[in-house]
Design a protein around this ligand. Structure first.
Ligand SMILES: [Zn+2]
Length: 532
């Protein structure tokens, strides 16, 4: 594989400029004018730490980054390689786009080349199962296991030094975050994230955040065990975090008023331990920056901690804004009725996503006969139905909060029309995920009930009053499916409506010839932030 790199030609038929043009470059910016000098200095250090996480992800995903890029002059092929963190197209099933490279190893660089399951089974060292170890083959063909802290010693030392320096600078103004940085640094050096994960979840009101380390296991498609390095440097959006608390406080009232019989809303709701937070990103690095960009993170992944304390879901507002401007907005210009395009707003888009998250807390977790959890009862159908419930109850929340005057910005039409436009965005490349299926159940229900109508020209318009009723009807239906734990009705709903219909598929196909970006990528760093 390495030997053929000197050529550095795209595979036949691959047009790097065209591939690159499908992504929109976005400057990752926030207003840094109010940052103190110490804060700016600290952010520079945190970005430095993140860049090391970036280089570790390169090692894990591909190997030697410099060797790959050396014979690649500036231009779209190099840009596309950087965007994908390697020579495989992430949004096209990892298809290789550089000649002589071949298919991507399923286990990326977490395992030796051409490693088999049988070989893995023969390894006696039980640390092979660790999320934080890599496997190598020595000169004698023996497989050895190495913890990340040993495999990446130099990088981790530098990374943690920068984190500790930032902690020192922020101690007077952000003491808890400083403590967290110290604990995280310790954990990075010992391959165990328990202490810093717990501290992070308990941490409140920190101005900055740094999510850093080996976190998600998607890069390991061989066994799904090994975690990839990534980092997010972020600053809190105070205004939004406060608004959120207010809405979470209204959950009990919303639960009481759900459009369903009392038995299906008897559980107490409130803060289940899981939190929601709104941040702006200053820097993305590694796994989360590869291919399509994450707009929300739900962490930690440690299931023990999840059960004991919960998780925190962080919405990344400036990145959501970039996706809205570059994707939702132009999609709506092709698929939403011209008269209703004025109702497509970022405010509604952002709120809908937030209310979706809050709405996961409504309804019941256990079937009304008290015998099982809803999750157990619905099995593999659970995720799609739960996501659909969150979509619909999110819209229900918006409706009630606007009526009650708790939500003051925007109109019902803004929220409804923007919801429909964001469905088009999320199912643009298919509806195979739980979210995609959920979106389609909602959309098809709205279409069948006349709340959404297709015009002759292939645009869609929302009937506000019909929508209100349809939301209540579908909410009632989903809450019953969950409360009864009826897997049969969940299956029926998914089979009938959890799919993209032929006409919508044709309408979505129009997006592909329109040049609407498939995703964004960042121009980012201390210069972009104006803190050099
Ligand atoms: Zn959800």
């Amino acid at each position: 594989m390495i030997g053929s790199i000197a050529a550095q030609q795209p595979v036949q038929g691959f047009d790097a400029a065209a591939a690159m043009a499908r992504y929109k470059k976005v400057a990752l910016q926030v207003n840094t004018s109010a940052f103190s000098e110490k804060e700016k200095q600290a952010v520079r250090l945190l970005i430095g730490a993140a860049q090391i996480a970036d280089s570790l992800f390169w090692k894990q995903a591909w190997g030697d980054k410099n060797e790959l890029l050396r014979a690649m002059p500036a231009g779209p092929l190099r840009d596309f390689t950087l965007l994908n963190y390697g020579p495989w197209d992430r949004l096209n099933n990892d298809a290789p786009f550089i000649q002589g490279i071949g298919t991507k190893p399923e286990g990326a660089r977490f395992y030796p080349p051409a490693f088999t399951k049988a070989e893995f089974d023969r390894v006696a060292d039980s640390s092979k199962f660790s999320a934080y170890s890599i496997l190598n083959r020595d000169a004698f063909g023996q497989t050895t296991v190495q913890p990340y802290s040993a495999a990446y010693t130099g990088e981790l030392r530098l990374m943690t030094q920068q984190m500790r320096m930032a902690a020192g600078l922020l101690r007077p103004t952000d003491p808890l975050f400083s403590d967290y940085l110290e604990l995280r640094a310790n954990d990075l050096l010992r391959d165990n994230y328990d202490i810093s994960d717990r501290f992070w979840l308990e941490m409140r009101d920190n101005k900055f955040d740094l999510i850093i380390g080996p976190i998600e296991n998607y890069e390991d498609k061989f066994l799904g065990i090994k975690t990839a390095f990534e980092a997010y440097v972020m600053v809190r959006d105070n205004e939004w975090s406060q608004r959120l608390e207010k809405y979470i406080g209204l959950l009990p009232w919303l639960q009481e008023n759900l459009p369903v019989a009392p038995a299906y809303k008897q559980e107490k709701v409130g803060n289940s331990g899981s939190q929601l937070a709104v941040f702006d990103a200053l820097y993305y690095a590694g796994d989360c920056n590869a291919g399509s960009k994450t707009i929300a993170v739900n962490l930690p992944n440690d299931e023990t901690i999840q059960k004991e304390i919960g998780t925190r879901r962080t919405q990344i507002k400036n990145v959501m804004r970039a996706k809205f401007d570059n994707m939702v907005q132009p999609i709506s210009e092709l698929l939403i009725d011209p008269k209703q395009r004025v109702n497509i707003t970022f405010n509604a888009f952002f709120n809908n996503v937030m209310f979706h998250e809050v709405a996961h807390g409504l309804g019941v977790k256990n079937t009304i006969d008290g015998k099982r959890t809803v999750r157990e009862s619905l099995g593999a159908k659970y995720s799609a139905i739960e996501e659909c419930k969150a979509d619909v109850l999110g819209l229900y929340m918006v409706t009630r909060l606007l009526e009650r005057g708790e939500l003051t910005e925007g109109t019902l039409a803004d929220y409804y029309v923007t919801f429909v436009a964001s469905v088009f965005r999320s199912v643009r490349f298919g509806a195979s995920s739980a979210h995609g299926k959920a979106n389609m159940i909602t959309f098809n229900f709205l279409l069948n009930s006349g709340a959404v109508k297709r015009n002759k020209k292939g645009t869609y318009r929302v009937n506000i009053n019909a929508m209100k009723k349809a939301i209540n009807d579908l909410a009632g239906l989903l809450l019953k499916v969950q409360g009864d734990g009826s897997e049969a009705r969940a299956a029926e709903l998914l089979a009938k409506d959890g799919i993209i219909g032929t006409i919508l598929a044709q309408d979505l196909a129009r997006l592909e010839s329109s040049g609407i970006p498939v995703d964004i990528y960042f121009e980012q760093g201390i210069h972009t932030l104006g803190i050099q």
